[in-house]
Design a protein around this ligand. Structure first.
Ligand SMILES: Nc1ncnc2c1ncn2[C@@H]1O[C@H](COP(=O)(O)OP(=O)(O)OP(=O)(O)O)[C@@H](O)[C@H]1O
Length: 260
């Protein structure tokens, strides 16, 4: 039987008095990378926050088969880690210390980092090409440098389930490629990655697409399936096309297709 990392059962959520998500059912298998896509305002970030347990919802979210609320907080934080959109805070901390925050769920209260913590942080900073930044203050970094340090904090958790909202924000193409390699390594090792992505061409490299439209799950399917491509085009009101280019699926705005 397939091992389900995260699932949602009849999930609806509101922000304030506004209903945002409506009756979402999904099952995300372990060892896969799922990209959440859809038009602006569709509810992608809201869904990710619900899956992370950061926003209350009706219905149920389960992590590894167990309701999110039934997990002791520290245990859950060792299993599921989160990178939000445009995170702020900790501006005076050194990049090394920011990445070390990812180790908090592994450490006893007020305990100093041990060798495993140091090794995990070192590995994470190298994986995101942020090792050279380790002695710099977070607040003094560029947008892309900062994002790489925050990604390192996420990786340092060594959680098997990683949720990321717009992880490619500010990253230049080489660092986007590094991120892709990191995600591939995570899933190859049995981890699960769920990422909200606006870059459809990067999203189409995932294993599965979750297509959100107006707060509903329009489609969940493999990235290389014709049905998934049709749903993607429909979600964007027919204003994009999906084409094979050099062995990859590429999404282009129709206007650019005509110009090409
Ligand atoms: N704090 C808030 N208060 C009120 N409405 C909100 C709030 N945050 C989000 N919303 C609304 O909830 C809806 C879904 O927002 P969400 O950020 O989940 O969409 P998204 O699909 O991630 O959008 P985008 O692609 O623009 O990042 C939008 O209509 C948005 O305006």
């Amino acid at each position: 039987m397939q091992n389900i990392a995260v699932s949602a059962h009849g999930v609806s959520a509101s922000i304030g008095k506004s209903p945002i998500l409506h009756g979402i059912d999904l099952q995300l298998p372990a060892g896969r990378w799922c990209a959440i896509v859809g038009p602006n305002g569709a509810g992608k970030s809201t869904l990710l926050r619900v899956l992370a347990g950061l926003l209350p919802c009706h219905g149920q979210v389960r992590l590894q088969g167990r309701a999110l609320g039934d997990w002791p907080a520290r245990e859950r934080a060792r299993q599921l880690a989160w990178l939000g959109q445009a995170e702020t805070g900790g501006e005076d901390l050194l990049a090394w210390d920011v990445a070390m925050l990812g180790r908090l769920p592994h450490r006893a209260w007020l305990a100093a980092p041990d060798e495993r913590d140091q090794a995990a942080v070192t590995q994470a900073l190298h994986a995101t090409q942020a090792w050279e930044l380790r002695a710099r203050r977070l607040g003094a970094l560029s947008g892309g440098e900062r994002q790489r340090v925050l990604l390192a904090r996420l990786l340092a958790t060594q959680a098997p389930v990683l949720l990321m909202d717009e992880p490619l924000a500010h990253l230049d193409p080489p660092h986007q490629a590094d991120w892709l390699a990191t995600v591939r390594a995570q899933v190859a090792a049995g981890g699960t990655v769920v990422s909200v992505l606006h870059e459809l061409n990067m999203a189409l490299r995932a294993d599965e697409l979750l297509i959100i439209q107006a707060g509903r799950l329009l489609h969940h399917g493999p990235c290389d399936a014709a049905e998934t491509h049709r749903a993607l085009v429909a979600a964007f009101d027919g204003r994009i096309g999906v084409h094979p280019v050099q062995g990859q699926w590429i999404a282009l705005p129709r206007e650019l297709e005509r110009a090409a």
